[in-house]
Design a protein around this ligand. Structure first.
Ligand SMILES: CC(C)(COP(=O)(O)OP(=O)(O)OC[C@H]1O[C@@H](n2cnc3c(N)ncnc32)[C@H](O)[C@@H]1OP(=O)(O)O)[C@@H](O)C(=O)NCCC(=O)NCCS
Length: 180
């Protein structure tokens, strides 16, 4: 269990699968996560097993209940880099700071405990809420990949973002100073 300011990250358990199933099929979460097709409960069981084998998946808890999922995957050991993914499962819980807190907490784990050099991620370019949350945690845009996702009859750009350990340390200091 890893404690942030307002959120706690804890390991995913089998009893979370129905909730993860509900979250990942929630239309807005599904759209922004850029999933390709709806999930069955069996899909969730299989993808959670893969996530555990290949990375570090966590349930985000806030106000004493599960609100979303965050994790690290795609580790490249030589380069000390991995990818980060996150969603808050209910749109009603968006914009309350849980995302930023979970990302900062996950990055502390990545840099302090796993001794990584860099964490990267990708997002749909129009996902302004996500991009603001990532920027607030120290991520910067590396590149825009043009027309990488076909959504609702048109192509949408993706962005690749990354944060180094030094950039994260600076962001953490600033956030501690301003207590935001
Ligand atoms: C992206 C996501 C994880 C962010 O978590 P969150 O708890 O909603 O985000 P936070 O409240 O911590 O921070 C949101 C930031 O966006 C801003 N914001 C809030 N509503 C916004 C809106 N409608 N448009 C643009 N920015 C918005 C906030 O002010 C904050 O930015 P700031 O730090 O500069 O003030 C969450 O919204 C989510 O799960 N969305 C759906 C799935 C998704 O997009 N996952 C990421 C895929 S890359």
């Amino acid at each position: 269990m890893i404690r942030g300011r307002a959120v706690t990250l804890r390991p995913v358990e089998e009893r979370d699968h129905p909730l993860i199933h509900q979250w990942q099929n929630q239309p807005e979460v599904w759209w922004w996560m850029d999933y390709e097709r709806p999930f069955s409960l069996q899909d969730i069981a299989e993808s959670e097993e893969r996530s555990r084998a290949e990375g570090h998946p966590f349930i985000i808890e806030a106000e004493g209940r599960p609100v979303g999922k965050i994790g690290l995957n795609q580790f490249r050991r030589r380069d000390r880099i991995c990818s980060l993914y996150i969603y808050i499962g209910e749109p009603g819980a968006w914009g309350k700071g849980y995302g930023k807190d979970a990302i900062m907490t996950m990055l502390s784990y990545a840099f302090d405990r796993l001794d990584l050099h860099m964490v990267e991620l990708w997002s749909l370019a129009p996902n302004e809420r996500a991009l603001r949350a990532y920027r607030a945690c120290g991520f910067a845009v590396d590149a825009t990949l043009r027309e990488r996702s076909f959504k609702d009859g048109g192509f949408v750009d993706r962005v690749i973002m990354s944060v180094t350990r030094e950039e994260f340390d600076r962001t953490r200091l600033q956030r501690n100073d301003s207590q935001v």
